[in-house]
Design a protein around this ligand. Structure first.
Ligand code: NAD
Ligand code: UGA
Length: 436
């Protein structure tokens, strides 16, 4: 008989596991959802009486408030949650390996493997095990081998791939109304049944036509492909921003004109100081490693260039700052506005701001940490806009100008400010992708 999911366990209470499974709990009041993690401080934060949840994500607290204690639970008791669940999401981290074979490129699958081994060791009944983490193509096969080699008689494991496409900062909106939900399974009767059981969970709020079911390997690869192609758009537009700066063309106008082509589309064409975040670089490097292991060096080189262009964009921006400040920033005080890798998130993993600040410090400039933009800008020689927080649109530039050393420089790495308005006040302004 087709499985009906009644209890879900999610291993990993991070940026993906937390919001994703909180939304499942909200949309499926008939399903009990338990999110577990080995990190006690993180679990405690999810359970905090005043809802001081461990990640900043608009709308998230609201969701947790509605379901926590009802059908949503956070716990460090991994074994108990595994034991009780019919379906288990593996939503643990898969960082880039730091040492050993594939160091700097390959995904570290150690966390996925230990979670999988835990499932095998603990389960006394059949489970659907779902890869939620972003993993290299064919990881599901390794998971299956581990599970089958360790399972008790009479228990079977069906493995699904169900990659997550949410973006931080808009996670709740993305989960409420996903462009698509992707589920990969083996094309066996059991595989398809497991796939149906998970599709039924999503069908509680996602329209049928947005739930795509494919083979396991296609599903795994589609996740890497989507991130690689998204990042490629940014690197393409950033490469063009360098041409704009050298020629007097304006990258905003170019993006707009190019994006009007319905085949290209307007989204994700915003020039920037470089993409950051925990996933784009990691997933592309993972794809590069995969290509190399498959003896496809040209394919590997193609994708590697997306990351190289991003590194170039970041260092090019730092260099513009140094060049403009009369070729030296030694001893100068610089305000960097924004540290997160994009607006509306507290996440700073791989943020471009980190690279910039490292560059400034290596030139022996001063960068300090303060709580308000106004305070940051006081008595500085230059202001760098590194994250596009709305708050920075409301800065009182007249006051900032009055309190800065002159000439007062502003470098906009996010196409955020009205450069002409600032120039009228007296600022010297440089905007990424603008020749003036
Ligand atoms: P994260 O580091 O925020 O969360 C992972 C959590 O898993 C951590 O809290 C860790 O303590 C826990 N964990 C690790 N091993 C465990 C184990 N054996 N048992 C119990 N808990 C364990 O990571 P994240 O940002 O949520 O990313 C998770 C996965 O999702 C990654 O593969 C990532 O590529 C992918 N992903 C992330 C995003 C994103 O926006 N962050 C979006 C889509 C996909
Ligand atoms: C990205 C993808 O958008 C998600 O679909 C995917 O699920 C996720 O990676 C993942 O796998 O982790 P995320 O990194 O959270 O999501 O945020 P994005 O909005 O994609 O932004 C990534 C970086 O690109 C940010 O630094 C952002 O500022 C930059 N960016 C984005 C640009 O520079 N220009 C743009 O036009 C868009």
């Amino acid at each position: 008989a087709p499985v009906q999911v009644k209890k879900i366990c999610c291993i990993g209470a991070g940026y993906v596991g937390g919001p994703t499974c909180a939304v499942i709990a909200l949309k499926c009041p008939h399903i009990q959802v338990t999110i577990v993690d080995l990190n006690k401080a993180r679990v405690d934060a999810w359970n905090s009486p005043d809802f001081a949840v461990p990640i900043y994500e608009p709308g998230l607290v609201d969701v947790v408030k509605q379901c926590r204690g009802r059908n949503l639970f956070f716990s460090t008791d991994v074994d108990k949650a595994i034991l009780e669940a019919d379906l288990i999401f593996v939503s643990v981290n898969t960082p880039t390996k730091k040492s050993g074979v594939g160091a700097g490129f390959a995904a570290d699958l150690n966390y996925v493997e230990s979670a999988t081994r835990r499932i095998a060791a603990v389960a006394t009944s059949s489970k659907i095990v779902v890869e939620k983490s972003t993993v290299p193509c064919r990881t599901a096969e390794s998971m299956r081998t581990i599970l089958e080699a360790n399972s008790r008689p009479g228990t079977r494991f069906d493995i699904l791939s169900n990659p997550e496409f949410l973006a931080e900062g808009t996670a709740i909106a993305d989960l409420f109304k996903p462009d698509r939900v992707l589920i990969g399974s083996l094309q066996t009767t059991e595989g398809k049944e497991a796939c149906r059981a998970l599709a039924d969970v999503y069908a509680n709020w996602v329209p049928q036509e947005r739930i795509l079911t494919v083979g396991l390997w296609s599903s795994e690869l589609s996740k890497l492909a989507a991130n690689a192609m998204l990042a490629q758009r940014i690197s393409s537009i950033n490469a063009l921003s360098a041409i704009c700066e050298a020629t007097g063309a304006n990258i905003d106008e170019v993006s707009h004109a190019v994006g009007f082509d319905s085949r290209i589309g307007p989204k994700f064409l915003r020039a920037s100081v470089g993409f950051g975040g925990s996933c784009f670089q990691k997933d592309i490097l993972n794809l590069v490693y995969l290509s190399e292991s498959l003896h496809l060096p040209q394919v590997a080189a193609y994708w590697r260039q997306v990351v190289e262009m991003n590194e170039y964009q970041k260092s090019r921006f730092s260099k513009t700052v140094v060049d403009t400040l009369f070729n030296t920033i030694t001893g100068k005080h610089i305000a960097v506005l924004g540290f997160a890798f994009k607006a509306d998130t507290g996440d700073t993993r791989e943020s471009a701001a980190i690279s910039l600040i490292r560059d400034f410090l290596s030139e022996r400039a001063f960068v300090t940490i303060v709580h308000s933009a106004l305070e940051a800008c006081t008595q500085k020689e230059a202001i760098i806009i590194a994250t596009e927080w709305k708050e920075f649109l409301e800065i009182d530039w007249q006051t900032v100008y009055a309190n800065m050393s002159k000439p007062a420089f502003v470098f906009d790495g996010r196409l955020l400010i009205d450069a002409d308005k600032l120039r009228k006040i007296g600022f010297k302004v440089k905007v990424i992708g603008r020749g003036e």
